[in-house]
Structure formats: structure tokens, C-alpha cells
Ligand binder design. Structure first.
Ligand code: GLC
Ligand code: GLC
Length: 814
């Protein structure tokens, strides 16, 4: 069953009924000002940091689900009936309803009582504000007298404090109302130099800024007393809960339309120019007023919307494919790339499953997210790499997370996730391959943001790999630390106390438990380092890393190979995990993916053996589960992984992030049919038809789909913020379609399904537009490149002369 459809030409998903199984959301903004918006106008906004600069309030885990948002109420003044044109929060039936989620904007349109309301929500490029442009149309044959009420609830900035510290916060709230603009200025009197504002293009009939005056005692957002009465109370908030609500009266003739613009924004003043007049307590509005006046004009709003559309046309134009599969085309050309932008911006901080207060930017996460983003805006990837590296510890380790606003490592979570450092090498390698900008390696970068500690980025990479080599265990495999990629495999934790964090509690010295996954990751990263070192003519490092990779491979074959698949780890007792010797957790997906991606066993048949085991034990029609058999009870020595009921999350759920590693591995051994089959199983667009089971948005990847041990097998959770986005993008574009940025040019190495006769690609790469046509000549994967009628040797397209802006290439495979 479906709840809408894709509109690929418009690059939109069109939801056609409001009661989707879960709120289906979208993101507004892609620079500094962000918002989350659901298909019923729920969600919230923030500036840069979802925790520390939250503009509006949202109540997670509520009943009904989606509470708090960008609400507009319409009231028919003839009989006092009112409704939400976005269905929520009033929830009265609508005669027509669509929500179009597009690239950085959402348009909710509905008709009720023959009044059409269409609201376009978006953040103009370069601005710290969001626009709600409401168009009302009277479809009646008579005139209509309509009241429009807007409503947002302000958050008192620090979202964590806001939802816990009521004894203080109920007394701090402050607003100003000047020229009909509502300014939210809590704490501006003391240390903050920023405020929020909410403005409207129309003359106001009234306003409210105090929540209880707007809602009425004991009432909710579904039936505000002010809306019911048709009259604002002109309340001014002093403490309690400041809100912004405007009342606009609209008289519409039969058939007449009217646009009303609301803007909700964030503004900073210079510290020495906070007040006007100086010495007063009144916000200096000189700079903000210009912005407000500008964006209350319909022409400017329209131009800003077109600029946003063009921005996305350009970004998505960096890589476009035309394959025989519609779901592939849609995901690669539109939604997967879009999701990569969102994960790049948000890491795992703010979604409808991540509260935005708990987690900052993940180190491992951000490095991986970059892999799917770097081709879109390489300059931002560069900046991110330098930010990440600057939080690195002197011993090569990494803070597991950092706060985006301060760019400082998060001490609560700390470090010791022993896979973290190696991901930086993969991120930098991807950046170098995309841009050829080798200067980044010479950039001086601090450690732990400490002034004076700078070394060139290149040394950070060396340090990252040295970190693994300095921490080898009894079998010479890398020590796992608190966890590796699998945050829930906590082999040094041994927690028997409820509520303890599995990630930060360690009761063991960490000198025994080892990870085969980190070994595979190390080989992959070390091989990149060899290429990087060669390019810098650093013979010592080249040699060192070649040897280290080789030794690590030997170690994996000695202690990490189980006969039919790669083992997972050794626990604190030195017992193997992920082996046929185990009763539960015999085979795990992660080492199969990463070791084969790193090249292990590709030549000698062992990779194929491992992948056949994956197909046999782990694959399901809904995707590949993380391990089997699931853990049936809690094991003190394994940690959080065994805390989940079987089939969920890391305990044998289909943890989507890992599936593309298997797709990549399948292409390494030339099996395009299998790779593409796995790709299709978790492709959200393909799963659209089972939306009632899948539950999450059909246009983005979720983190997890319940595995075969779960009663809800096939049900997805945790949509949007997942490494799945970047990894699938890499798997389909680079491994399956084989469009591979490499250090010395663009390579074409497709490993596609046997039934495909070919496909087309347009790729912008280092300033050149590559138009590639892939044609199947035979059943194999051997590539013959032809340019201008001449065959080219190898699979890398030679870098063209400087004046060449377009290159046409045909790749014959067979
Ligand atoms: C979550 C985390 C990611 C981790 C994965 C597996 O997605 O964000 O860092 O690798 O879970 O535990
Ligand atoms: C929590 C989650 C786990 C997730 C991890 C990421 O422990 O339960 O599934 O991967 O956080 O840090």
C-alpha cells in the first residue's frame, strides 16, 4: 500500500493522505539555518546546532506523534468553524490534501470548505530564516471572510535545558513587539547576542506571544481558544512559554487568491551593538530590519525559491545516470544524493529519531557521510575534513563526537572507539580522488583544537593508522576498544548495572578483545595511504604501509578466517566471535563486507565463499541481517548488541549501512546480479509499494529494517540520518555502475546485472563534463574504453587538455 507517489520531473515525493504510518519528514535549509518539517507541518528549526541554538520547540515521543510545528489555522468567520490546512494539529477532515517534499522545500496544499490553502516552506540560500508562503484561494461562488492564525512555540535556545530546567526557564522568557514583528529575545539581556523573529507581510488584526493566552487553560494545539473565538488576546510573554502567533483577516471574493508571507528567522548582533538606543534593553534592529523587509516581498520570495531550485539542479547535475531501472535512476539522481547532503549536514543529530540534544557530529559518521557528498560541494568537504582532523587526539585517536557549534570534541562520550581514526584516511582519500587538490595534505591542523599543536594533515593521517598499529592484541589483530563500527559490540564493558552507558562504561583493561573488522578497515585505509604516500614521493611511508597492510592480511588469514567466512572478533576471554564455534552470533556481516572491499580473498575464491555464506545465512527478501543466529539473551561480555530483542538494531536487524559493503564486495568478485539484487532489496523507492509494512519514508534510507527474527520483519525505523545514505551512494555509483573517481582520473569499471544492455552517465569531474555511454558486448565485466573512435588502454579516462570541457566516452563491457 502507498501513501503517495514520486514526481521525478519535479524531484518531489507527493504524499496524498496526511495519516502516513509515521510522520514523513523533510529538511529545510542546507547551510546554517535548518528545519525539520513533517507532512503535517510538524517539526522545528535551529541555527547550526540542534541542541544549542534551537529556535522552536518540538515534543518528541508524543501522542499523537507529531506535536509542535509551523502551524497555520484557518477560521471561517461566517460560522466560526476552524481547521488546520496541514491536517495537524486540528485534524478535521480535508477535502483535498497533498504534501510535496522537494529538495529543501515542502509544499502542503489542501482544500476544506472550498478554501484552498497552499503553504510553501523553504529557507532561502544564504539566509538564516525560513519562509512560509501561504496562498489562499476562495473556490466558492460567494465571498469568504477568513481569519488566518499562525503559531510557533519558541524554544529557549538550549534544547536540553529547555526541556528540563523549568524552575529557571519559566521566569526568563522575553519578547518584544515592534512594527508588528514578534522578537523572541530570551537571555538577550545577558550573554546572548542573538534573537529570533517572526514577521508577517500583512497588517495584523492581533497577535499572541504567551502560550496559555493563545491556547486557553488546559487546551492543546488542536483547539486554541483564540482561534475558536476568532480573536487574538494580544498577550505579551513574561516568562512561561513565549510563542509567536499572528492574526490576519482576509476577505476573498469568489475565485480570488491572496498570498501571505510569514518569516521566522535568527539574527545575531555585534556584541557592542546589541541595544538601540545603546544602554537600553531594546534589541538593535537596524540590520535585521533590512532582511525582514526584503523577504516580506512576494517577488523576492519567488526569486529565492527559484534560486533554491537552481542550486539543486546544479548539485544533482554533478552525477546523473540513466539505467534500465527506474528505482536506481530516481535514487541516484535525486533522493540518495539529497539524503547525502542531509547526513553531511546533520550527522546523527536531528531527525524524528534523533532528538538533536544527545549527539553532536560523529567522527566515524561524518567521515563516512562525506563519501557520498564530496562530489557535490568539495569545498565544504574540505572544511569538514579539517574540522574533524582538528579534534584528533595526539595519540592518533579521535573524539567519537564533536559539537558543530564549538567544533570541540565531546568529553562525555570521549574516545576509544578504535575504528574511528581510520575513517579519516578514507575521507581524505575520497576528497583527493574527487578534486586532485593535494594541497590539503599540507594544511596545518591542530590536535584537540590546541593552539600550537599544528602539524600538516598528512601527519594526522599517518597518526591515524599508527593508532591501530600501536594497539594490537594477543592475535596481532587490532584491539577493539569501546567498540568498532558496531557501537553495540562492547567487549570491554561488562555492565550489569541498569542505565549505564554501554559505550562509555569499560570495566576491562582492553588489552585482549580484538576486532577483525578493524583489521579489514585498516587494510583498506593502509592501501589508500600507500597511494597517497607514493604521490608525495614518501618512500618510507609507502614501504611502511605496504608492509603493514600485508602483515595485517596475513594476520586475518591466520586468526580471522573461519573456513567459510571471516570471523568477527575475539572477546575479553580470548574466545572467538562470529565463528561456527559459537552458538549464537556465528556469522556477522561487517567483516565479510570490509575485508573483501579491502581486497582479501578476491583472487583465491575465499571472498566468494564468504559471500556465499552471507547469501545462505544472512540474506532476506528485505535486506541482509547483521548476524545470525541472533542473541537470545543478554551476554555480559558482549554488551549492547545482546540488549536488543532478536531481529532489531545490531542484534540481527537489517542494519542497512552494512548492506552496501556486501554490494561492493560482490562487485569485487564480479557478481553484478547479486550486487544489484541486494541494492534493490533495501532501495526505498522499490519498497514504496509496501509502505504500510515499511512505515518510514519511501524516499530515503532508514538505519534499520527489522530482521527475520523480529515479529515485525520488514518494518523500518530511524529514517534519514544513517551512514546508509553515503554507503549506498558509493555502492551503486562507484561499485555497481563503476563511475570511480581515482587519484589520476575518472575510471569506468561497471559490474552491472547481466540483463542490462548498458546505461548512460553524465559526470562532472574536475571541471570537465564526462558523458559516458556503457554498452554490453558480452556477459563479463571487462572494459574497453573508446574515445573519438579510438580505443583507450586501461579503465581510467585520461585527463583531457585544459581547454576541453566535455568528453564523450563509450565503455564496452563483456
Ligand atoms: C549508528 C551509529 C554509527 C554506528 C552504527 C552501528 O548508525 O551512528 O556510528 O557505526 O550505528 O552501531
Ligand atoms: C546507541 C544505540 C545504538 C547506536 C549507538 C550509536 O547505543 O542503541 O544502536 O548504534 O547508540 O552510538
Amino acid at each position: 500500500m502507498k501513501y503517495g507517489h514520486f514526481d521525478d520531473n519535479a524531484r518531489e515525493y507527493v504524499i496524498t493522505r496526511p495519516d502516513t504510518p509515521l510522520p514523513w519528514i523533510n529538511y529545510l535549509g542546507c547551510e546554517s539555518f535548518f528545519g525539520l518539517i513533517s507532512n503535517t507541518a510538524g517539526g522545528y528549526s535551529f541555527f547550526k546546532d540542534a541542541r544549542l541554538r534551537r529556535l522552536t520547540r518540538y515534543r518528541y515521543n508524543n501522542a499523537p506523534y507529531d506535536m509542535g510545528g509551523r502551524y497555520i489555522y484557518l477560521r471561517d468567520n461566517a460560522d466560526g468553524k476552524f481547521w488546520s490546512p496541514s491536517w495537524m494539529p486540528v485534524r478535521s477532515a480535508l477535502d483535498e490534501y497533498t504534501c510535496r517534499h522537494g529538495m529543501g522545500y515542502t509544499i502542503i496544499r489542501s482544500v476544506s470548505r472550498q478554501i484552498e490553502a497552499e503553504t510553501r516552506y523553504f529557507v532561502p540560500m544564504g539566509e538564516n530564516l525560513e519562509i512560509w508562503e501561504l496562498t489562499l484561494t476562495n473556490k466558492r461562488e460567494q465571498a469568504a471572510d477568513i481569519s488566518v492564525f499562525s503559531a510557533v512555540e519558541f524554544c529557549l535556545w538550549d534544547a536540553w535545558d529547555d526541556s528540563t530546567n523549568f524552575q529557571r526557564n519559566f521566569s526568563t522568557g522575553q519578547v518584544e513587539l515592534v512594527d508588528e514583528v514578534i522578537y523572541h529575545k530570551t537571555e538577550y539581556r545577558e550573554r546572548r547576542d542573538h534573537f529570533a523573529y517572526f514577521a508577517c507581510s500583512e497588517k495584523l488584526t492581533g497577535f499572541d506571544t504567551q502560550r496559555e493566552d493563545f491556547l486557553g487553560a488546559y487546551r492543546g494545539w488542536d483547539s486554541p481558544a483564540v482561534v475558536e473565538a476568532g480573536e487574538s488576546s494580544n498577550s505579551v510573554a513574561h516568562g512561561w512559554q513565549p510563542i509567536g502567533s499572528q492574526h490576519v483577516k482576509v476577505q476573498l471574493k469568489a475565485g480570488e487568491s491572496k498570498k501571505i508571507i510569514f518569516i521566522l528567522g535568527y539574527h545575531e548582533n555585534r556584541k557592542d551593538a546589541k541595544f538601540d538606543p545603546p544602554g537600553s534593553q531594546t534589541i538593535n534592529k537596524k540590520t535585521v530590519k533590512l532582511i525582514i523587509d526584503k523577504y516580506l516581498q512576494p517577488k523576492i520570495v519567488e526569486a529565492a525559491f527559484i534560486a533554491l531550485r537552481n542550486y539543486w539542479t546544479e548539485l544533482l547535475g554533478k552525477l546523473r545516470v540513466n539505467t534500465p531501472d527506474m528505482h536506481t535512476n530516481r535514487m541516484v539522481n535525486i533522493w540518495n544524493a539529497y539524503q547525502c547532503m542531509i547526513t553531511f549536514n546533520m550527522s546523527r543529530s536531528a531527525s524524528y529519531f534523533e532528538s538533536g540534544i544527545g549527539r553532536g557530529m560523529g567522527y566515524r559518521d561524518s567521515n563516512q557521510d562525506l563519501l557520498g557528498f564530496v562530489h557535490m560541494i568539495p569545498e565544504r568537504a574540505r572544511e569538514r575534513i579539517l574540522d574533524l582532523a582538528a579534534t584528533q587526539l595526539k595519540n592518533g585517536g579521535a573524539y567519537h563526537q564533536y559539537q558543530p557549534l564549538t567544533k570541540r570534541g565531546n568529553n562525555d562520550v570521549g574516545s576509544g572507539f578504535n575504528d574511528d581514526p581510520a575513517w579519516l584516511v578514507l575521507a581524505v582519500a575520497a576528497y583527493l580522488k574527487e578534486t586532485g587538490d593535494w594541497t590539503i595534505l599540507d594544511m596545518p591542523v591542530q590536535y584537540e583544537n590546541e593552539i600550537g599543536s599544528e602539524t600538516p594533515l598528512y601527519e594526522h593521517l599517518q597518526c591515524s593508522l599508527q593508532y591501530t598499529l600501536d594497539r594490537l592484541g594477543p592475535n596481532d589483530l587490532p584491539l577493539i576498544g569501546r567498540a568498532d563500527w558496531n557501537d553495540c559490540l562492547n567487549l570491554n564493558c561488562f555492565s550489569d548495572t541498569p542505565g549505564q552507558s554501554f559505550q562509555t562504561t569499560t570495566n576491562k583493561d582492553g588489552k585482549v578483545a580484538e576486532s577483525v573488522f578493524i583489521a579489514g578497515l585498516f587494510v583498506l585505509a593502509a592501501k589508500e595511504m600507500v597511494e597517497i604516500a607514493k604521490h608525495r614521493h614518501d618512500a618510507d611511508e609507502t614501504k611502511k604501509m605496504q608492509n603493514a597492510a600485508l602483515r595485517m592480511e596475513e594476520t586475518v588469514w591466520k586468526s580471522g578466517w573461519d573456513g567459510e567466512w571471516f570471523r568477527r572478533a575475539y572477546d575479553d576471554f580470548g574466545h572467538v566471535l562470529g565463528s561456527k564455534e559459537n552458538k549464537e552470533g556465528q556469522i556477522f556481516i561487517e567483516p565479510q563486507g570490509i575485508c573483501i572491499w579491502a581486497g582479501l580473498g578476491v583472487e583465491d575464491g575465499r571472498a566468494q565463499k564468504a559471500l556465499d555464506s552471507v547469501a545462505k545465512y544472512l540474506a532476506t527478501p528485505h535486506g541482509i541481517v547483521l548476524q545470525q543466529p541472533a542473541f537470545s539473551k543478554y551476554y555480559l561480555h558482549l554488551g549492547e548488541i545482546s540488549s536488543y530483542p532478536p531481529g532489531y538494531k545490531e542484534n540481527a536487524g537489517i542494519f542497512c549501512h552494512t548492506n552496501p559493503w556486501i554490494m561492493i564486495a560482490e562487485t569485487k568478485i564480479g557478481r553484478g546480479d547479486q550486487a544489484f539484487d541486494y541494492y534493490t532489496r533495501i532501495n526505498p523507492s522499490k519498497r514504496e509499494e509496501i509502505s504500510d509494512l515499511h512505515k518510514c519514508e519511501p524516499y530515503v534510507y532508514p538505519q534499520m529494517i527489522a530482521g527475520k527474527d523480529a515479529p515485525t520483519h520488514g518494518e523500518a525505523k530511524n529514517s534519514w540520518l544513517s551512514g546508509t545514505a553515503a554507503m549506498n551512494y558509493v555502492a551503486i555509483t562507484q561499485a555497481i555502475l563503476g563511475i570511480q573517481p581515482q587519484y589520476d582520473g575518472l575510471a569506468i569499471n561497471p559490474v552491472i546485472p547481466s540483463g542490462w544492455q548498458g546505461f548512460e552517465v553524465v559526470r562532472q569531474f574536475r571541471g570537465v563534463r564526462y558523458e559516458v555511454s556503457v554498452r554490453r558486448k558480452g556477459p563479463g565485466n571487462t572494459v574497453l574504453l573508446v574515445m573519438g573512435g579510438e580505443p583507450v588502454s586501461g579503465t581510467v579516462i585520461p585527463i583531457p587538455a585544459r581547454n576541453v570541457k566535455t568528453l564523450k566516452v563509450t565503455a564496452f563491457i563483456g
